[in-house]
Ligand binder design. Structure first.
Ligand SMILES: [Zn+2]
Length: 508
């Protein structure tokens, strides 16, 4: 049956016929239960999302509700982010370390806002080694408290500053509503924590981290977004100020994709982190913390892709090039195999995979790697061997280019670069087209009950108005963009004077 399907397909792709045989093959493969079927992105975005996550083998649901298993293909995305971001973190002079998973309960209670913010979602260990613990342990929801207890021991003098530490780890927040990668009870992230002698220096660090995140999102994940300050009610529990990167998803909801916090001296006071300055005077340190989590993988899946499945921008794609050999007859098949292996050796600078499985037809493979979002497919059959070419197909546009062997690396580099650039441009264009400048509350409500998206509207910065807007439209302030200019306006909710247009959206 399998051989039959393969040869059937091969007859179909004979270039002169000019027909697309995939649908015919697909039909048979659906009939025999081989083809994966996903909901169309254009028809039902949220079902498409959960379909692709599972069908592309990115993640699976864990036995414990709200947790997911990162399957190798999904974990490879996180590894890609980790590699790129870790280099940036180190370039900021930050060193990696590792702190324990368990935090004594009393630590968490030291900073008032912090404990209030996290209390509802804490996982608490009450028993260990078969005995009830004298003091319950908290499974870290974030590591400020356990780290800063140590910071207070390690920092004595101005000579010990700045102290810059990052850790890659898992954290647990008991979430009520979960969605793979976007919001899970346990997730992976990095958390950077620094202590400085001067507030100015800490602020520089907050902005440097925000900048590094923006580069990861734009240059690697091709996700356009907006960096800005969170409002008081939306900022991190215990922070003096928070910056976030807000990206618009295809359903018009915003994803807070990373955060960087100016902690001021709040934690320094709670944990007694002091240093003797150069004049011999005791001072509290100024601190920062900043994080990017596996939620970024969720954003990556959502932003790109189409009805046929995923699309991963080449910079982050675990597989950048998939080679699908079309073997033909026995004699031709041997030549194709040899040609494919020669070409693969020319492409060592890329992440390349050859799908040489003979039990699947080329049509099935095309479908599979489209679903899995590999940016570039190279088809190689007897015809290509003869003409010393390959047929390259872009995943994002479907454009086909015949490339001669002599210019293979050069052309492939160009095609991947173009796809990377185009992906960010699509994301930017989508965001711009779905950002509404709004001056009346009626218009605000109309947009939030309809197409959604970002709204730029004046807000008086009174938390009461913010709360009412959230209650009535489900939209929250996402941030005050860093490039927002001071203007004279009236609050979209209460008409009181306002100085800036804030970015609003319904959020994940
Ligand atoms: Zn107001």
């Amino acid at each position: 049956m399998k051989i039959f399907l393969g040869s059937l397909f091969f007859i179909g792709v004979t270039p002169k016929t000019g027909v697309t045989p995939i649908s015919y093959c697909d039909m048979i493969e659906v009939m025999i239960g081989k083809k994966k079927v996903i909901t169309k992105k254009s028809e039902d975005f949220s079902r498409w999302y959960t379909d692709v996550v599972q069908q592309a083998e990115l993640a699976d649901y864990a036995p414990v509700k709200g947790c997911i298993i990162f399957r190798p293909y999904g974990y490879a995305l996180w590894e890609g982010i980790k590699k790129a971001l870790d280099a940036k973190i180190k370039a900021m002079g930050v060193e990696n370390a590792y702190f324990p998973l368990f935090i004594p309960q009393e630590f968490l209670q030291k900073e008032k806002e912090h404990v209030e913010g996290f209390a509802p979602e804490l996982a608490v260990v009450t028993h260990g080694g078969g005995k009830k613990l004298e003091e319950p342990l908290i499974v870290r929801p974030t590591s400020e408290t356990v780290m800063y207890a140590m910071f207070s021991k390690w920092i004595q003098s101005w000579r010990d500053l700045p102290l810059k530490i990052n850790q890659w780890c898992n954290v647990v927040r008991w979430e009520k509503r979960t969605l793979p990668f976007i919001r899970t009870t346990e997730f992976l992230w990095q958390e950077g924590h620094t202590a400085h002698a001067e507030h100015k220096e800490a602020l520089d660090q907050v902005h440097a981290a925000a900048q590094a995140y923006e580069e990861i999102f734009k240059d690697y994940l091709a996700i356009y977004g907006i960096t800005g300050f969170k409002s008081n009610s939306e900022k991190f529990a215990g922070a003096a100020a928070s910056l976030s990167y807000e990206a618009l998803m295809p359903d018009g909801k915003a994803l807070q994709s990373s955060t960087s916090h100016d902690l001021g001296q709040n934690f320094a006071k709670a944990f007694e982190i002091t240093f003797q300055d150069q004049k011999g005077k005791n001072q509290y340190v100024w601190q920062t913390s900043w994080g990017l989590s596996t939620r970024a993988v969720g954003g990556l899946i959502m932003v790109h892709g189409d009805d046929n499945g995923l699309f991963f921008p080449p910079q982050i794609a675990p597989i950048q090039i998939i080679i699908v050999p079309i073997y033909g007859g026995d004699e031709e098949g041997g030549l194709v195999k040899q040609y494919v292996s020669e070409l693969k050796s020319k492409l060592i600078e890329f992440r390349v995979k050859v799908d040489s499985r003979e039990e699947y037809s080329p049509g099935w493979k095309f479908n599979e790697w489209e679903l899995k979002g590999v940016p570039l497919r190279l088809e190689i059959g007897p015809r290509e061997v003869k003409s010393q070419t390959v047929m390259a197909i872009r995943r994002d546009t479907g454009d086909k280019t015949s490339i001669t062997t002599s210019e293979l690396t050069e052309k492939v580099t160009m095609l991947l670069k173009t796809q990377q650039k185009d992906a960010l441009e699509r994301s930017r264009k989508f965001t711009e087209e779905n950002t509404h400048l709004v001056d009346t509350y009626d218009q605000f409500k109309e947009i939030m009950s309809g197409p959604r998206g970002f709204i730029k509207a004046f807000w008086c910065e009174n938390p009461g108005c913010e709360a009412k807007i959230k209650e009535e439209t489900k939209a929250t302030t996402r941030c005050l963009p860093l490039d927002a200019v001071e203007e004279k306006g009236k609050c979209v909710y209460c008409d009181e004077p306002a100085t800036h247009r804030w970015l609003f959206a319904q959020a994940y």
